[in-house]
Write a protein that binds this ligand. Structure first.
Ligand SMILES: Cc1cc2nc3c(=O)[nH]c(=O)nc-3n(C[C@H](O)[C@H](O)[C@H](O)COP(=O)(O)OP(=O)(O)OC[C@H]3O[C@@H](n4cnc5c(N)ncnc54)[C@H](O)[C@@H]3O)c2cc1C
Length: 370
């Protein structure tokens, strides 16, 4: 598909607030289309949820019901291969996009019944998934526990390395001319009937004709966003990393009490908790030992792995139960937040949607209401 020509770049740029995967991807895509873009990041680029994620692109693994959120998830999964190629071309960084699907497995009869229900629901939605009895499960992943009763294989789901993704997006955004300002927290979005700019914590003001709010779990801490208080809130997740001589799994596996994400170099991530503790950063011994126990139950050979680092991240949970992606009720302001457990999966779809919306408004003559 050929892309329309870029619009003329304006003196008052687009301002993107937040330098996680979502904000960086939007800034990169807009700059690629010729817009003047400034990205404001409170700390370091990608240092929050985005680089702390598992990197599971689980459009089906995480699918619960039909609707706009699921359409965005499936569109994002389809968009990932091209997105990764274009990102590589602009950054030189390989984001380690891998196929192999994602497995959900069961130890107990009740867990097996729940998986069969999921299978039936997905079939009704026209989504392919393969049922695996224990023998086939072991043929696919020989190191999984022999106690497992079966599994469901979402063959089209994938995985990516989020730390590489953030590095690639930051490089691509800078190379495409995004004006990146780290350690520059935004305080308020300035509007008088429509967006006029952003006030920084320092008191300085930046002019802008369009503002994209991509501040993840912190989105409700800024003024003038149009978000109801508490609409987006943090849900803490802890991860434990182990290091193996070679990858003990070919794909992501979800057990009943944890999931395992293999990386090409032998690292295995064990995730994750869901905790409503505000922005409390400290990891806890209880959560980490529960994750380790669950991982050894699922993949006993991990007992031989070397312990690695542990970390926490804050998922941006949306009280509406779906990401907030699109125009806010204030002209010129866009939301790109609330991606909760699936922001890495949803990065290409969100960036494409914002690219369309911002370019459409940008091309409109001044003064025309949307
Ligand atoms: C443990 C864990 C595991 C996960 N696993 C997966 C997974 O496997 N697959 C998946 O798809 N998703 C996963 N997620 C979810 C995913 O990480 C998030 O949905 C996604 O990273 C959100 O991206 P973001 O850019 O909106 O937020 P963030 O990456 O948090 O970025 C927001 C940025 O905004 C900045 N900011 C905040 N306030 C301001 C301000 N006032 N001014 C300027 N900048 C500001 C912050 O400093 C931050 O850098 C996981 C999350 C966690 C925590």
């Amino acid at each position: 598909m050929t892309e329309p020509p870029p619009p003329r770049s304006s003196a008052a740029p687009v301002v993107v607030i937040g330098g996680g995967a979502i904000g960086l991807a939007i800034a990169w895509r807009l700059a690629r289309r010729g817009l003047g873009v400034t990205l404001l990041e409170r700390g370091e680029l990608g240092a929050e949820a985005s680089s702390h994620a598992g990197g599971i692109l689980g459009a089906q693994t995480e699918a619960h019901e039909a609707g706009a959120a699921q359409r965005l998830a499936l569109a994002s999964r389809r968009a990932w291969p091209r997105f990764a190629r274009e990102l590589h071309a602009d950054s030189g960084v390989d984001v380690e996009l891998r196929g192999g699907g994602v497995l959900r497995v069961a130890f107990a009869p009740a867990e097996l019944r729940a998986l069969r229900d999921t299978h039936r629901r997905q079939q009704r939605l026209g989504l392919p998934a393969r049922w695996l009895p224990p023998r086939e499960l072991r043929a696919l992943e020989p190191e999984l526990s022999p106690q497992l009763l079966g599994g469901l294989w979402f063959e089209r789901d994938r995985r990516v390395d989020p730390a590489r993704l953030v590095q690639a997006l930051a490089t691509a955004a800078l190379r495409r001319g995004v004006r990146v300002r780290t350690h520059t927290p935004a305080r308020d979005i300035v509007c008088d009937g429509r967006v006029r700019g952003v006030t920084l914590e320092s008191g300085a003001r930046l002019r802008a004709t369009q503002v994209v709010l991509a501040a993840g779990a912190w989105s409700c801490t800024l003024g003038g966003t149009g978000l109801e208080p508490g609409l987006v809130e943090p849900v803490r997740g802890q991860i434990v990393q182990l290091e193996c001589a070679s990858p003990p799994l070919g794909r992501v596996v979800f057990g009943p009490r944890c999931y395992l994400v293999p990386r090409d170099d032998g690292r295995v991530l064990i995730g994750s908790t869901e905790e409503r503790v505000g922005f409390e950063r400290g990891p806890t011994a209880g959560a980490q030992s529960a994750l380790l126990r669950a991982a050894l139950e699922l993949l006993p050979s991990l007992a031989q792995a070397r312990p690695g680092p542990t970390w926490v991240g804050f998922r941006p949970y949306s009280q509406r139960g779906a990401p907030l992606v699109g125009p806010a009720p204030i002209a010129g302001l866009y939301w790109a937040t609330g991606h909760y457990r699936n922001g890495i999966l949803l990065t290409p779809g969100t960036a494409a949607q914002l690219e369309r919306l911002v370019l459409r408004e940008h091309a409109r003559p001044p003064g025309r209401a949307r």
